[in-house]
Design a protein around this ligand. Structure first.
Ligand code: CA
Length: 443
């Protein structure tokens, strides 16, 4: 398919033997202790259909609660040994879930949306339909858009309107279009940067060049001027600021407070065959999310994630990101509002973990906005049917009930209600067409 996006590097390995390569070219690393030792707690006998599951993750703050579950023994407590497999990239995760753990791949793991929905329909897997279930939300917020120091003067912020002339003027001043990047097309980070640009009056398909770049290459890319803006999860935007390569123009938390970010999704055949184990997985995850969410645990969490076995990133970089100690804008204005940082459990909109159908629907409606999958995903009715098939709120509720969560923490319906963006645009899940109609820039 002809596409304006360019892939700066080839990372869609397709041979099973190379799928698990991580950034260093090493084999998959299992969850280990901070010293790189073997996985911790003994697995309880909970009478589950299976005692193991292999989950993929990408080393960004979104994966934190999966690591916590292994390291603090929350999964083992509920009878499940979770094997964590670091994924070199989103395409690797996608290819590995198609293979499944039986073939050396993964049963599920951490996902940007709407990847599980698209994989279910074979839309991003060459027609190969692998039904998946979204079981929980892993995180809200914790993502951002970093901008190169070469644009310090223009001070790009969440409202891009004042800086739009600089961006639109690039062909005249630089002899080329402004370049922006994300880590994987047609999912979260692509959608965040498109929303930001569109709200500022910039058409992401026409006025600029939008590239796909693996997050491991972003520091270098921004340093050498490959791109001016980059949309990704922490610690990358944070690191760009720390290394004085760029500044944080916008936090996704500023664009859409308590927005849906990344999710736990597992192959439907695994869940259907192991329903008790799926509920156990959710119970372990919920306890992990509660632990990761607590302010007093952030330092220990940064230590845990920083280990070579997991993120292999200094705790000094991770800790401020987890604590929401940001410096915003070209003037690096300190912001220490925990409400703008990564949220794992509590929020002003209720429990983060619940896999609301209304929130997943937004990602598919946004896919319609940009006409990402013509002939495959064209209508709101299709989008709704797909969410109904993939999102398993019932399993989440069962796990929450068995865990004894207070009733107030267990949402009663499938909708979180209306969602309001920073530019005043409203997404009403009851009327997605009105949302689409209200957007000025779309396909
Ligand atoms: Ca993300």
């Amino acid at each position: 398919m002809p596409n304006r996006r360019k892939f700066l590097s080839v990372f869609s390995a397709t041979l099973a033997g190379t799928l698990f390569l991580n950034a260093c070219g090493n084999p998959p690393e299992k969850g280990g202790g901070a010293d790189g030792g073997t996985a911790s707690a003994p697995v309880a006998d909970a009478g589950l259909e299976t005692k193991t599951i292999t989950l993929g993750y990408v080393p960004i703050v979104e994966a934190a609660s999966l690591v916590v579950g292994v390291e603090k023994g929350f999964f083992a407590k509920h009878g499940l040994e979770v094997k964590l497999a670091k994924q070199a990239s989103w395409p690797a995760a996608r290819d590995n879930v198609v293979i499944g753990s039986a073939g050396g791949g993964i049963d599920g793991g951490q996902w940007q949306l709407p990847m599980p929905h698209l994989i279910t329909e074979g839309i991003i897997t060459n027609g190969n339909k692998v039904p998946m279930y979204v079981l929980a939300q892993l995180i809200s917020q914790g993502n951002g858009i970093a901008v190169s120091n070469s644009l310090k003067k223009a001070n790009l912020r969440v409202d891009l309107t004042p800086a739009a002339p600089t961006i639109l003027g690039f062909p005249k001043t630089e002899g080329r279009k402004f370049r922006a990047a994300h880590t994987y097309p047609n999912a979260n980070q692509d959608l965040w940067i498109r929303y930001w640009l569109g709200a500022g009056g910039i058409d992401p398909d026409k006025d600029i060049e939008l590239l796909t770049v693996p997050s491991t290459e972003t520091l270098q890319g921004m340093r050498n001027g490959t791109m001016e803006a980059f949309s990704t999860g922490d610690p990358w935007p944070f690191r760009i600021v720390k290394d004085d390569i760029g500044y944080l123009a916008a936090l996704t938390a500023e664009m859409w407070p308590v927005h849906p970010e990344e999710f736990l999704a597992v192959r439907a055949d695994w869940v259907d065959k192991h329903p008790k184990a799926a509920v156990a997985l959710l119970k372990g995850l919920m306890e992990s999310q509660q632990w990761a969410d607590k302010a007093e645990n952030k330092t220990a969490l940064a230590q845990m994630l920083s280990s070579r076995a997991y993120f292999n990133t200094p705790a000094a970089v991770l800790e401020p990101a987890l604590k929401a100690e940001y410096k915003l804008g070209a003037d690096l204005k300190p912001s220490n509002d925990p409400k703008l940082g990564p949220l794992y459990w509590n929020s002003d909109r209720g429990v983060i973990s619940y896999p609301y159908k209304s929130l997943s629907l937004w990602f598919l409606v946004e896919s319609l906005r940009w006409k990402f999958h013509p002939g495959k995903l064209d209508t709101i009715d299709q989008a709704k049917a797909l969410v109904d098939k993939v999102n398993r709120e019932d399993l989440w509720r069962q796990a929450a009930t068995e865990l004894g969560l207070p009733a107030g923490d267990i949402p009663k319906g499938s909708s979180r209600g209306k969602e309001t963006f920073f530019d005043g645009i409203v997404f009403d899940p009851e009327n997605p067409q009105a949302y689409l109609d209200s957007l000025k820039i779309k396909r």
